[in-house]
Write a protein that binds this ligand. Structure first.
Ligand SMILES: [Mg+2]
Ligand SMILES: [Zn+2]
Length: 248
């Protein structure tokens, strides 16, 4: 890992905060974090060439937010299921994805994918890769004017948050915190747009790529990672350290 990837030093050692916490919960982005490729953006690049470029400009200028960009992009979008499935079969999981699921199951830590992608694709990929996890995401179903047409709906819009996404991760993490006070929340992600609010809301963020850039710009501390294996290694040492602190 280069020096540029070093997260900032947190004001409080996460192990100390974890030692004080009553529980631990792990949240993880899907596209580009739990999976290697980003389903939505790869799909858009592959199938929506010119209209995507135009809409991207309108999003970057602030005219569209992340969700209205999705709406503009995918309204009337037609892709036969077979073709979608062939495309989804090219999406790989992070090499540490299974280890992370196993670690959470073993440690009895609730794990939840928070995705600004679509449930249809996540369900298909779970089946395809033989993994199971709890998740929150946007909704996709087939059957508009034509039976190969997409119909999409947001999962958890949050007007109180500036992310503008269909599934606001801050809102979901803060709701868990309200329900179960004293929970130490971890968020793992890679994207400035869809992960920043979740990373800010979490007690500890694991970040790479544009999420790491955004957190560095804001001087928010984070743990850098490359694959989820790095995250599992760090979680293991963090939990061991917190246990030692509690026992001392
Ligand atoms: Mg992502
Ligand atoms: Zn948000």
């Amino acid at each position: 890992m280069s020096e540029d990837d070093d997260g900032l030093t947190p004001t409080e050692d996460p192990a100390v905060a974890l030692a004080r916490a009553r529980a631990l919960a792990v949240f993880c982005d899907f596209d580009g974090t739990f999976s290697v490729q980003d389903v939505g953006s790869t799909l858009a690049k592959q199938y929506l060439g010119p209209s995507r470029i135009e809409l991207l400009g309108r999003w970057q200028s602030g005219e569209l937010d992340a969700w209205t960009y999705n709406i503009a992009l995918f309204t009337g979008f037609r892709l036969p299921k077979d073709e979608l499935h062939d495309f989804l079969a090219t999406i790989e999981l992070d090499p540490g994805a299974r280890s992370l699921l196993a670690w959470c199951a073993e440690a009895d830590v609730p794990f939840r994918i928070l995705s600004d992608g679509f449930d249809y694709n996540i369900d298909w990929l779970q089946e395809h890769h033989g993994v199971r996890f709890d998740y929150a995401s946007n909704h996709l179903e087939y059957g508009g004017a034509a039976d190969d047409e997409w119909r999409i709906a947001p999962g958890a819009r949050n007007p109180a948050c500036s992310c503008g996404t269909g599934t606001c991760k801050r809102g979901i993490i803060s709701a868990v915190r309200r329900e179960r006070p004293g929970t130490f929340c971890i968020h793992i992600g890679n994207g400035r747009v869809s992960d920043l609010c979740g990373a800010e809301e979490a007690d500890l963020a694991f970040a790479k790529e544009t999420l790491a850039d955004a957190l560095r710009e804001r001087k928010c501390p984070y743990e850098p990672f490359e694959t989820l294996d790095d995250v599992v290694a760090k979680l293991t040492s963090l939990v061991a350290e917190a246990r030692q602190l509690r026992e001392s």
